[in-house]
Design a protein around this ligand. Structure first.
Ligand code: PLP
Length: 453
């Protein structure tokens, strides 16, 4: 099909993130125009169920009147101010207080960024600053995991454990290590039980810590349920064992809640669902339901005390972003949390989770589907060439992207992560809308199967 006028303008003007650039020039982008609830509409007026909340972020859906009013009010009162050098704004103070209230650990202070990548970059800088303050200049390595996604800035992309985020970008940088991905279906060995798999990969982490020397390792970073790595739910007991190992070696546990946070898994935080307690948290995305960019890092009293001591020694805590604590974003953050609370969004997610699970399990029987994975209202459907042997499609086949394209034809937006189709609908979705989403997904899988037959 020839490109429309707006598509042509797009490919002539934009360098798109996370896109097969060569293909986009032929297909043109899907240009979205407006949205309401769980639906978005393209420039031709076609309706789609947004099965991914955009990029796992628009948890309250589109066109929420309360959020829109909040934005208008804040823009007319004070459209911008910052937190540098002793300045402040009330929305940032209020949001920090709210975050401390709902934090799953004894959070002492909140540092604001503009994105999840900046939050994780900040985490690494804070871990380094902390250990310098503690007089342990050699304790600097950060352990992440294969298939982890923690962002795309130089250090957060280094934490990310996906080849395409490293290849030809000259990454990862030094002092970043990657341990096993806790995905039993893909990495469990023949005849190995899930418990044995867990013991093996935790054993590998232990061996890595001993090999590198615990005195050189500052932190371990994990996303409780791994989203952009393919919606991977680690086995029961995994995090408890990891947490014990980290505590034994005085290694900080950094929790990346950028996708999991704010109810996605049915609790405020993924670490509550997965049963561990971190030393610090990164969050973003649903923090403002994506109505404005915002990320945050929450730290413990122990970390904060060390930062104060080091700042006293050097004269300043020399880190901060122009838009960190932006009053518009923070006002939207305060309002989002208020809405999660007063509309009982967490209870709503928990009430829909059984239906989400049941519909995913039905899909698990489809000939193209190897495994389905889920928690709360986030799920993944892994497509395979051979269901019995788990054999994946040839690298480069593009089955996931093909399926996502069929989804769009059927009025459904999903995200292909390699061969896994991710689902992360707005948390306000109703039971009927969820059924409609799965009806469209089932048709999409059938269409995909026909086109590869
Ligand atoms: N961490 C996780 C778990 C994410 O899923 C993402 C983005 O998808 C990031 C960090 C990076 O966030 P951003 O794209 O806002 O920089």
């Amino acid at each position: 099909m020839p490109l429309t006028n707006v598509q042509t303008r797009d490919v002539e003007a934009l360098l798109h993130p996370y896109t097969a650039l060569h293909k986009l020039r032929e297909t043109g982008p899907l240009v979205l125009d407006h949205g309401k609830g769980v639906y978005v509409y393209d420039t031709q007026g076609k309706e789609y169920i947004e099965g991914m909340s955009g990029l796992w972020c628009a948890g309250l859906g589109f066109g929420d009147e309360e959020l829109i009013e909040t934005a208008k009010e804040q823009l007319s009162r004070l459209p911008y101010y910052h937190l540098f050098g002793g300045k402040s704004v009330e929305p940032a103070i209020e949001l920090a207080e709210k975050l401390k209230e709902i934090a799953p650990f004894e959070a002492s202070k909140v540092f604001f960024t503009s994105s999840g990548s900046e939050a994780n970059d900040t985490q690494v800088k804070l871990a380094w600053y902390f250990n310098n303050a503690k007089g342990r200049p050699e304790k600097k390595k950060i352990v992440s995991r294969v298939k982890a996604y923690h962002g795309v800035t130089i250090v957060s992309a280094s934490l990310t454990g996906l080849p395409n985020n490293h290849r030809d970008f000259d990454l990862p940088v030094d002092r970043i290590l990657h341990t096993d991905c806790p995905h039993y279906y893909r990495f469990g060995e023949a005849g190995e039980s899930e418990a044995d798999f867990t013991a093996r990969i935790v054993g590998n982490l232990k061996a890595m810590i001993e090999r590198e020397g615990p005195e050189t390792i500052a932190a371990f970073i994990a996303e409780p349920i791994m989203g952009a790595g393919g919606v991977i739910v680690p086995p029961k007991g995994y995090y408890e064992q990891v947490q014990a190992l980290l505590a034994e070696h005085d290694i900080l546990f950094i929790d990346d809640e950028v996708i999991n946070g704010f109810g996605r898994t049915g609790n405020w935080w993924g670490c509550e669902t997965m049963n561990f307690t971190p030393d610090s948290i990164s969050c973003a995305k649903q923090l403002t339901s994506a109505y404005a960019p915002l990320g945050a890092v929450m730290v413990s009293q122990e970390l904060y005390d060390a930062f104060v001591a080091e700042s006293q020694k050097i004269g300043v805590f020399g880190h901060g972003f122009t838009y960190g604590g932006h009053p518009l974003s923070c006002a939207l953050g305060v309002k989002s949390i208020e809405i999660y609370q007063k509309r009982n969004i967490l209870a709503h997610v928990r009430s829909l989770a059984p239906q989400f699970e049941e519909r995913l399990k039905r899909i698990a029987d489809h000939p193209l589907v190897g495994e389905v994975r889920y928690s709360g209202l986030v799920g993944g459907v892994e497509l395979v060439a051979d269901k019995t042997t788990k054999r994946p499609f040839q690298p480069g086949h593009g089955i996931g992207a093909l399926c996502a394209r069929h989804g769009e034809s059927n009025g459904l937006i999903v995200r292909a992560i390699g061969d896994t189709i991710a689902l992360c609908p707005p948390m306000i979705i109703t039971s009927d809308e969820l059924d409609a989403l799965f009806d469209r997904l089932e048709k999409t899988l059938d269409d995909t199967e026909r086109s590869v037959a």
